[in-house]
Design a protein around this ligand. Sequence first.
Ligand SMILES: Cc1cc2nc3c(=O)[nH]c(=O)nc-3n(C[C@H](O)[C@H](O)[C@H](O)COP(=O)(O)O)c2cc1C
Length: 387
Amino acid sequence: MPSARVSPEERLEHAAEGEEERDAVELASLDGATIIEAATGEPEEAVATPSIAIDAERLADAQIVTTKEETWPERGVDLEVDAARGLRLKNPVLTASGTFGQGIEYAELIDVSRLGAIVNKGTTRNPRPGNPQYRIAETPAGILNSIGLENPGAAEVARVYGPKWAKLRVPVIVNVAGYSVDDYVFVVEALAQTPGVVAFELNISCPNVEGGLLFGQDPALAAEVTRAVRETTDLPVIVKLTPSATDVVAVARAVEEAGADGLTAINTVLGMRIDTAKRRPILGTGSGGLSGPAIRPIAVHITYQVAQAVSIPIIGAGGVTSADDALEFLMAGASAVQVGTATFADPEVPLRVIEGLAAYVREQKLSSIRDVIGAALPNGGRMVPRG
Ligand SMILES: Cc1cc2nc3c(=O)[nH]c(=O)nc-3n(C[C@H](O)[C@H](O)[C@H](O)COP(=O)(O)O)c2cc1C
């Protein structure tokens, strides 16, 4: 096991020192250029991928919302949790990857420093333009998406967003995606020293190009990628489970054994909608990932099963829209939750979940939110290692 980890707070403090000037220069140098242009120095072809351009001017001007801690409704309530081994957070509410941009965009709308942590957009080795349109379709109580991991690539994420993350005063978890074990290791190496980054979350819902299976469908493959990343960084490694595995519990056990410090349960569930007038699937890729309240019972079920099989912390994800939804996950054995799709309709949902959890702790006269973790499990509680 890696030793002597630095707390998220220490990393944030260190990261915030003297970033201002370097930041302004680097963002300016990207001005008006797409990521490809900035990386190669060549103008892009018309067919290329303007959609992954970073709006550097806007980013440099971002007005970050801050509020006084004395005014936070959750103040004075013990909401602290270990969201993963070595990842103690001030409260159990995180944002979900791919639904909160790189955090900066939302920092203009809400005080993100109130959140337990944010998880950035899926980050890959190379820039990715994403999938053809349509990429989102509404469904009853949810949405289908096939964004296709659009992102500017690990090096640009580190260079452009790292200095910004350092100023948000919220821990950042980098969501890593890849098509080979080397891809995951590459991204983690590229971002491990980035200011503000406190942990990695491995999106193993990606096909392994060699075998075609998703990494997360096969316990051995999932363990292999976990072990390789574990050997690359001292930061906590969280593995995000896919409901597409035949035996999710077996995958959870295998990645725990391979050194994972925590699990996220779950990624989206495969689904499809058809445009009946066109007689074709609505999404450009045919199928996509279903998220939102429609998948919550699936996610709670998986959390409940996995919580009885492993001893590392679990972060629940899938359809959280309120404190009561979050409590379902906590009682099923999760130590924290992520809020994803709900923030599209209202960016304040994660803050209201924090507020609601604090109110619950007060009303129930609990000593901390940790008292409810695993309360619905057969043995009525969950012992996860602290620290
Ligand atoms: C538009 C969209 C993009 C997403 N992108 C990613 C991603 O890049 N990496 C990842 O691990 N999960 C991604 N997810 C899955 C979410 O992080 C989350 O696991 C899932 O949506 C369930 O939570 P929710 O119902 O609260 O949205 C994405 C989900 C949505 C809706």
